[in-house]
Design a protein around this ligand. Structure first.
Ligand code: NAP
Length: 307
């Protein structure tokens, strides 16, 4: 029974592959660039692209279960999409990499001109992820939706500045979220791929507790053994920096609104006990995530440096 992992080169997909190999399951890893994928014992790497249907037959041949990354296209011709072809090829179970936003209770429409940038963004996320979930629910196959909240791995955006200057310049140091470790997402995804108990379930995953951005930076400093500063920007300074960095105005606006809401707005995403219920273990902390990623934040060794 081959298990196909899409998004296999990604932060979560890599760990899904690792766990399936460790469990002795035949794994096929899909990527758009197999030549860039390091060869791995027990893993068949195949070229596949959700936007190139000609790649799908070889990806799907002999596959019974799929870890489905959310970049799958949902508006293909009826009967002609990746999920349709997968079911015709023999796939009997999908585990969807979704997002907590899929479960947000809102009727907002993204094209409503009277809603805030954040509400528009959340509406887009909710509709996009629900569309993938619905596609799979309508396919006739078994399904499980894994819905992570904000990813701890987003802190890698700070890696360059931390490596070079040991400082983060960002707004809203007090904004706190229950960041989820990609290893926890992979644990739950693999449980759902292998164990019938999770069929038909939708799981919202978070870290164990809210951690502020200042606390994240302190945890990264502790993980690399060097203090890292947090220079707090005003929202205006952050907007200017993000526009200079190439973010579009809409993204800069919803980011500011999201962070502001996490300081003194409604609680968008409280911690869940889902991971503990499924695995019997507490979710990994942000401090653990920082330790696991310490090499991403340490200064790069310079070649040819004496001593
Ligand atoms: N940001 C958040 O806080 C948040 C919260 C909840 C959920 N999410 C969801 O989680 C995702 C990120 O997860 P991650 O960090 O594990 O992934 P990631 O590291 O960003 O990896 C992205 C993967 O997508 C694959 N991919 C890109 N275009 C593709 C295409 N056309 N066809 C097939 N595969 C394609 C890439 O594969 P190749 O390049 O090898 O082809 C890669 O493996 C987000 O995109 C979002 O949907 C995000």
């Amino acid at each position: 029974m081959t298990i196909l992992v899409t998004g296999a080169s990604g932060n979560t997909g890599r760990q899904v592959v690792d766990r399936l190999v460790a469990a002795g399951r035949p794994v096929r890893a899909m990527t758009r660039r197999p030549s860039a994928a390091p060869p791995r014992t027990g893993v068949e790497t195949v070229e596949g692209d959700f936007t190139r249907p000609e790649t799908w037959p070889a990806v799907l041949a002999g596959v019974e279960r799929v870890y489905l990354f959310p970049f799958v296209e949902v508006d293909s011709e009826p009967g002609a999409g990746f999920v349709d072809l997968a079911v015709r090829a023999g796939v009997r179970r999908f585990v969807v990499h979704s997002a907590a936003a899929a479960d947000f209770d809102s009727d907002d429409a993204p094209d409503d001109p009277d809603i805030s940038a954040l509400r528009r963004h959340l509406a887009e996320e909710r509709l996009a992820h629900r569309a993938v979930e619905r596609l799979v629910e309508a396919s006739g196959a078994q399904w499980t939706h894994v819905r992570p909240g904000l990813l701890a791995v987003g802190a890698l955006d700070w890696a360059g500045r931390i490596r070079d200057e040991r400082v983060v310049r960002a707004p809203y140091a007090a904004a706190a979220f229950p960041w989820v470790h990609e290893a926890d997402i992979a644990d739950v995804a693999v449980a759902a791929l292998l164990d019938d108990a999770h069929v038909g379930a939708a799981y919202t995953l978070t870290g164990p507790a809210k951690v502020s951005r200042a606390e994240q930076v302190a945890a990264i400093g502790a993980a690399i053994g060097t203090p890292v500063g947090f220079e707090e920007l005003t929202p205006e300074q952050a907007r200017t920096q993000w526009l200079d960095d190439g973010y579009d105005r809409q993204t800069a606006e919803w980011l500011i609104e999201l962070l502001a809401a996490a300081v003194d707005g409604p609680d968008l995403l409280p911690p869940t006990d889902t991971y503990q219920r499924i695995t019997g273990r507490p979710p990994r902390t942000f401090a653990q995530w920082a330790l696991d990623h310490a090499t991403d934040f340490r200064p790069l060794a310079r070649t040819g440096e004496a001593g």
